[in-house]
Design a protein around this ligand. Sequence first.
Ligand SMILES: C[S@@+](CC[C@H](N)C(=O)[O-])C[C@H]1O[C@@H](n2cnc3c(N)ncnc32)[C@H](O)[C@@H]1O
Length: 256
Amino acid sequence: MRTRATTEDLVRAASAPYWKTDFTGYFKARGKLRGDPAFTKILSEGLLAGARRILDLGCGQGLLAAWLEAARSRHDERPHLWPREWPAAPRPVSYRGIELRRQEVWRAQIALGSRAQFEVGDISQADFGSVDAVVILDVIHYLEHRAQLHVLDRARAAMSSGGILLLRVSDADGGIRFKYGKYVDLTVMAMQYRRAPRVYCRSVPEWQRLLASLGFQVEATPMSAGTPFANTMLVAHAHPTVRQPHSLMDSLITHD
Ligand SMILES: C[S@@+](CC[C@H](N)C(=O)[O-])C[C@H]1O[C@@H](n2cnc3c(N)ncnc32)[C@H](O)[C@@H]1O
């Protein structure tokens, strides 16, 4: 009961700053934060607990940053309402988002002000700096297979061992749910970009092999409860193992 009330409260608190943007920004925030189980799971499982520097690749309008900020403030101001089974809210000292679409970056900047840093950029080229956590939610499939590999390789290089990567993907082995998710995704992107982008998906075992080859220890958690999609969250811990040579990693690239 407390969990549900807290989640509802967080949806309200994290969406509120988007009133300052536009109608779409506000209602997109409410809809996505309420309907997507990933946001609550990140808190209930403590997936970003302890991450001081967070890099959000393809951050859209900065919803995760707004969510974490709402969580930290609720945790500190109303600790008696925080669900007992949840770890303490994350308290990053820096949050940086990189996003291709200027309008999304504008919304993120208006909603979060100087409390997080957002920039227009292409994640296949941007410098990642040094971070403790990299988050890539529903983005990687827009990059062609070789570019995916290089982004993930650079994400691994940006963190020391102990860092965490949260990579949410749609499972290409997910049957009708995968096909439905792809249809919705392409329709939404076609409306925003005026053309449907090509997408490059993989099965969950294929993602796991690829991440393992880059020096991550990976767990896969289904992440589409309450939705019709085939989403999976890959929680990948940077591991101090020897990374595999590129020639081997290249064999993991699926060619069309
Ligand atoms: C489905 S949205 C997800 C947004 C955000 N991660 C979230 O969960 O709210 C995918 C986002 O990735 C962005 N994107 C796609 N390719 C990108 C690239 N190469 N560099 C930066 N952003 C990219 C899109 O513009 C879009 O905003």
